[in-house]
Design a binder for this molecule. Structure first.
Ligand code: ADP
Length: 227
């Protein structure tokens, strides 16, 4: 999937959260979305997801505006974590899959497949509240990707994961890239960006201040303490 943002602006009262953002994401690539707190990353992501409407500018997915069909091709892991605590893991995942258009039968199969891939099948019948924080996070990650979206947006996906699960998720993300999916990774963990991202887009005060291949960006900043 190709996603094009053209001159997006969004203001909250007197704050320009996005101020003329133009950028492009495409399949087969992991994009690091970087920038300090308050830079506009969440506003950018929410605009892409149609959770909020920019004041001006346009966003196109393979040349088309956002629609229900487009939304079903997107997966999103928000930074705020939260699942219904009393519900069973497999029920939550089946429900999320059906929200994205899968039949109950498909949703059940997909849920099982993904629980196996994330080494969580033995937890399927437990309630969310009985799981460790890290395992709850894994369930939320599975929920973002079990409908096999073409665009995946992960906001701080590694926070709270132990090294084994971090490796599992990284390998999974690399696999998604190799399958041709577009991945946007918003994180402050620069070591993860270096390891995973081929391309970085940095925003600050609602503007794109850096947009390029990681190796080029690193070369031009080779004397900077940032890297
Ligand atoms: P980031 O995700 O990079 O931390 P945000 O997109 O959340 O940045 O925020 C960008 C700017 O917009 C910040 O100055 C923030 O305070 C402001 N902002 C974000 N959401 C709202 C809102 N709902 N109401 C008012 N201001 C907001």
């Amino acid at each position: 999937m190709n996603i094009t943002l053209d001159n997006i602006s969004k203001a909250y009262r007197n704050v320009k959260a996005l101020d003329g953002v133009t950028c492009r994401f495409q399949g087969g690539e992991i994009f690091g979305l970087l920038g300090p707190n308050g830079a506009g990353k969440t506003t950018l992501i929410r605009s892409m997801l149609d959770i909020l409407r920019p004041d001006s500018g346009s966003i196109a997915f393979d040349g088309q505006p956002i629609s229900g069909a487009v939304k079903r091709r997107i997966g999103y892991l928000p930074e705020e974590r939260g699942l219904y605590r009393k519900q069973k893991i497999h029920e939550i995942l089946e429900y999320l899959a059906m929200l994205k258009g899968l039949t109950f039968k498909e949703a059940r199969k997909r849920t099982k497949d993904y629980l196996v891939r994330f080494e969580m099948l033995d937890q399927a019948k437990r309630k969310v509240e009985e799981l460790s924080k890290g395992n709850q996070q894994k369930i939320q990650i599975i929920g973002a990707l079990l409908h096999e979206p073409e665009l995946l947006i992960f906001d701080e996906p590694f926070s709270g994961l132990d090294p084994v699960n971090m490796r599992l998720l990284k390998d999974f993300i690399i696999n998604l890239k190799n399958e041709g999916r577009a991945i946007i990774l918003s994180t402050h963990q620069m070591n993860q960006v270096e390891e995973l991202c081929g391309h970085v887009i940095m925003v600050n005060r609602g503007r794109v201040v850096l947009d390029g291949r990681l190796d080029e960006v690193k070369r031009s900043f080779s004397d900077s303490a940032v890297w």
